[in-house]
Design a binder for this molecule. Structure first.
Ligand code: AMP
Length: 422
């Protein structure tokens, strides 16, 4: 076979695909109880949508986007994250007109040209939410609670919430100046990106993949000492509610998150399990007070998060949380000649109307070969159709769980199997 998948992409098939959809379904169920509705946006957007949202200086825009010119010479980008598209769609469709608060979730592939490694891919699935129209710290807390609830509902153990505030605009102006003066005489030892960041967005030095572990970075001024009164009060309220709701969290004052648009509350759920997945980031998000306005929309604050389905799958597999996902067959129909196969197909589709999983033999397999097939599929019932059965209108049904068999008339097959199936 001469074709291989593109580096950094994954195939999901059979059980693996079932696992991924299971997570997605559970997440949707939980978020519906929080009042969310789905948003489906295109995978491609005009490149400017992402430049406007993530910021010209972000790693995503500078190094990681899949951008190309289409045949009409427009610059198009495969979405690297969900928020920008949702904000664009929220504004373009004026969703703010109908209700003061809009709660949306989305699920789909994202594309980033990153160095592939375990848990880091170039195409990956994100499930995320965005809420527009409310600035209250109660909403921040409720959004974080929704993420915690769904990670818990999936059964994941050892999740740790890391939370911080990066303040409002006033706090950031103050803090940026402090960081610039602190790093001014130290920046020569930093990577080229950080040298750029010093003038453009020094906060990002704090989560630089190359330099953030340096002691000088750890000793840098903390945002908590530069917060405006409003931002401090906001953060205290959020953490008070989290404590009240018994959500375990840790304030991490170097957490700033990779995108330029965040303000006030930022958070991440990581794994704290003391195994080889220790520290894995599974969900990240935060508030963005100015993003909608920066897109040319009204002054509406937003908040959101996204989690990576591949990473959740990895964790759940590691913790043995996928049970009962094997393919199940309720009925297998053994048919011994062409005419019997036609009838078998008719039976199969009658039974499927009752939501039973039905399989049959499509080849010219012998009786013995077909029984061999049932060993693999392990059906609860086996129906046997041959010339004699067709002529007498009586069919043998084997109940494999109770190891019994009975003769049943054609018109009674569906009701017989339904009554027997636990
Ligand atoms: P971000 O959009 O960078 O805040 O990431 C949110 C979540 O998406 C992370 O916590 C990961 O679970 C997941 N994620 C981000 N980047 C990747 C990637 N390259 N491969 C797989 N999952 C990712």
């Amino acid at each position: 076979m001469s074709y291989q998948k593109i580096k950094g992409t994954l195939d999901f098939y059979q059980q693996e695909a079932t696992k991924m959809r299971l997570i997605e379904t559970k997440a949707k169920e939980i978020l519906k109880t929080f009042g969310f509705e789905e948003s489906i946006t295109p995978i491609i957007e005009m490149t400017d949508v992402f430049i406007r949202s993530s910021g010209e200086n972000s790693d995503i825009v500078n190094k990681e986007m899949y951008t190309f010119l289409d045949r009409g010479n427009r610059s198009i980008t495969l979405r690297p994250e969900g928020t920008a598209s949702i904000v664009r769609s929220f504004l373009e469709n004026k969703l703010y007109i109908n209700s003061p608060v809009t709660k949306l979730y989305y699920c789909g592939p994202m594309f980033r040209y990153e160095r592939p490694q375990k848990g880091r891919y170039r195409q990956f699935m994100q499930f995320g939410i965005e809420v527009f129209g409310e600035e209250s710290p109660f909403l921040d807390a409720d959004v974080i609670i929704s993420a915690y609830t769904l990670l818990s509902a999936l059964g994941i153990k050892g999740i740790k919430l890391k939370i911080n505030t990066i303040g409002d605009f006033a706090s950031r102006v103050n803090y940026t100046a402090k960081l610039q003066s602190y790093f001014a005489d130290k920046i020569d030892d930093f990577c080229e990106d950080c040298k750029q960041r010093l003038t453009k967005n020094p906060l990002r030095i704090l989560d630089c993949k190359v330099d953030s572990e340096k002691d000088v970075v750890k000793r840098a001024p903390k945002i908590k000492d530069s917060l405006s009164d409003a931002s401090l009060a906001h953060f205290i309220e959020v953490t008070t509610i989290l404590s009240m709701m018994k959500i375990p969290y840790e304030v991490e004052d170097t957490l700033v998150r990779g995108l330029d648009y965040y303000t006030d509350t930022v958070f991440e759920f990581i794994l704290d399990t003391n195994d080889d997945l220790q520290g894995l980031a599974i969900c990240g998000g935060g508030r963005y007070a100015d993003l909608v306005k920066n897109f040319g929309g009204p002054d509406i604050s937003g908040i959101g998060y996204a989690f990576g389905l591949e990473r959740i799958m990895m964790v759940m597999t590691n913790q043995n949380l996928f049970t009962d996902i094997d393919k199940k067959t309720d009925v297998f129909i053994i048919s011994l000649d062409k005419e019997s196969k036609r009838l078998g197909l008719e039976f199969a589709n009658q039974l499927r109307e009752e939501e039973l999983v039905v399989e049959m033999d499509y080849k010219n397999y012998t009786l013995k070969q077909q029984f061999k097939l049932t060993e693999k599929l392990n059906p609860k019932f086996i129906i046997i159709i041959g010339e004699e059965e067709r002529e007498n209108n009586i069919f043998t049904i084997k109940d494999t769980q109770n190891n019994t068999q009975e003769k049943v008339k054609k018109e009674n097959i569906v009701s017989y199997i339904k009554s027997k199936k636990q």
